[in-house]
Design a protein around this ligand. Structure first.
Ligand code: SAH
Ligand code: SF4
Length: 387
């Protein structure tokens, strides 16, 4: 091995291989995993139970490096967004959403996205490349250690917090023990179009020696790449959210162009197969609410019919606008009427609270900096890169 490797690229099995390659015992991998992910260390000098010789090897052969943070924004509602450099002028975005009962980190999987959904700011940026494992898990690694140390600092600064803590509810306390309780792959990119790297990163999220999150607390959101949904079911079934957005193929072809390749009948069949392995007994369907486009009571009725034999919940997402999107957010009244039709049909339906829109951190507003390799703008919008 002659080049320096980034240890964030490896899950447990990868670290075992790495240790073997440099002549170390496999159990060293677990020690490394814990130092890196549980304790958030990047300096081998701080890994106190590693033999001196092993540490020296690590200095010359390995590094631990996540994408560099370029800027940090905090919204009025406490949502935070970071812009992270991924080289050559590209950047991705990551969002932290603190709530009473959970703290969610929303991470990116690609620089841009090739799928070009008509209402999505990321899609409009075009596509540059897949993120590496280190860049995907590096988002969680960095956020976890940074938020932890910020919390520790804040609690040192205010002594009376100790007294208040005794008064917080159990639910609140559970959320506050971990700075990040849930991870959603709902940032920039289509996670299932970067399958292998995403699955390795998921392995680390679930690994008890790394982040130890339960499968139910890790959600992959997909626009519906059917064969990859089946592979995820076989290899790493975490909670699944599917971006539906339309109740029929004609409209979905327009809004989510990947539908031309994997139409609704195939997508819904894949959802049913997924449920056989899913950690949750329902699929979450995401549905962006676009004024006069997909938000009428007729659309809602068609949707009820469409999903009638798929155990599911609906999450309605009021459209978040961005420059030149060409769409408007549905009115409150249409969203309520739409929700009522679904609820009356027995479908659990929530309306997603818009978080962080004053810093462009809400769903679909993440744009980062993408040097578009698909030259979509030159070709004219509407094209769909192959996946
Ligand atoms: N590529 C994946 C995950 C990232 S997008 C997917 O499409 O599922 C996360 C969610 O935000 C998806 O449901 C997506 O359709 C939705 N979204 C995209 N643009 C949006 C916008 N402008 N307003 C509201 N939601 C949007
Ligand atoms: Fe890509 Fe998802 Fe945006 Fe569609 S909605 S362009 S799949 S990131």
């Amino acid at each position: 091995m002659n080049s320096v490797v980034n240890l964030l690229d490896y899950d447990s099995a990868g670290l075992v291989r790495f240790c073997e390659e440099i002549g170390e015992k496999p159990y060293r991998a677990k020690q490394l995993l814990r130092w890196i992910h549980q304790f958030g260390k990047s300096d081998f000098a701080e890994m106190s139970d590693l033999a001196k010789l092993f540490r020296e090897k690590l200095y010359s052969l390995a590094t631990i490096r996540s994408p560099e943070v370029m800027s940090d924004y905090t919204a009025q509602d406490g949502t935070r967004k970071w812009l992270l450099a991924t080289g050559q002028g590209n950047a991705i975005e990551m969002v932290y959403i603190p709530e009473v009962a959970r703290n969610t980190l929303c991470i990116s999987s690609q620089v841009g996205c090739a799928l070009n959904c008509s209402f999505c700011a990321t899609g409009k940026q075009g596509f540059n490349r897949n993120l590496t494992v280190a860049e995907i898990i590096g988002q969680l690694w960095w956020a976890n250690k940074t938020l932890k140390s910020q919390r520790q600092l804040a609690s040192k600064q205010s002594n009376h917090e100790l007294i208040n803590e005794a008064e917080t509810s159990t639910e609140h306390k559970q959320a506050s023990d971990r700075v990040i309780t849930n991870v959603v792959l709902m940032g920039m990119g289509e996670p299932l179009a970067n399958f292998d790297n995403v699955v390795t990163a998921l392995d680390l999220m679930l690994d008890d020696s790394a982040y130890g999150l339960s499968r139910r607390r890790v959600t992959v959101s997909t626009s519906g790449i059917v064969p990859a949904m089946d592979r995820l079911r076989e290899q790493c079934p975490v909670a699944l959210a599917v971006s539906l957005h339309a109740p029929n193929d004609d409209l979905r072809n327009e809004l989510v162009p990947i539908n031309k390749k994997y139409p609704l009948a195939e997508l819904l069949a894949a959802c049913k197969r997924y449920l056989q392995a899913s950690p949750r007994d329902f699929i979450t369907f995401e549905y962006v609410m676009l004024d006069q486009v997909n938000d009428t009571v007729q659309h809602a009725r068609q949707l009820v019919e469409l999903v009638k034999d798929v155990p599911c919940k609906f999450n309605l997402i009021p459209f978040n606008s961005f420059a030149d999107s060409g769409y408007k957010r549905s009115t409150k009244e249409s969203i309520h009427n739409f929700r009522d039709v679904l609820m009356q049909a027995g479908l659990v339906t929530t309306v997603r609270k818009t978080r962080g829109d004053d810093i462009a951190a809400a769903c679909g507003q993440l744009a980062g900096n993408v040097l578009d390799k698909t030259r979509r703008v030159q070709r004219g919008a509407g094209g769909m890169a192959s996946v």
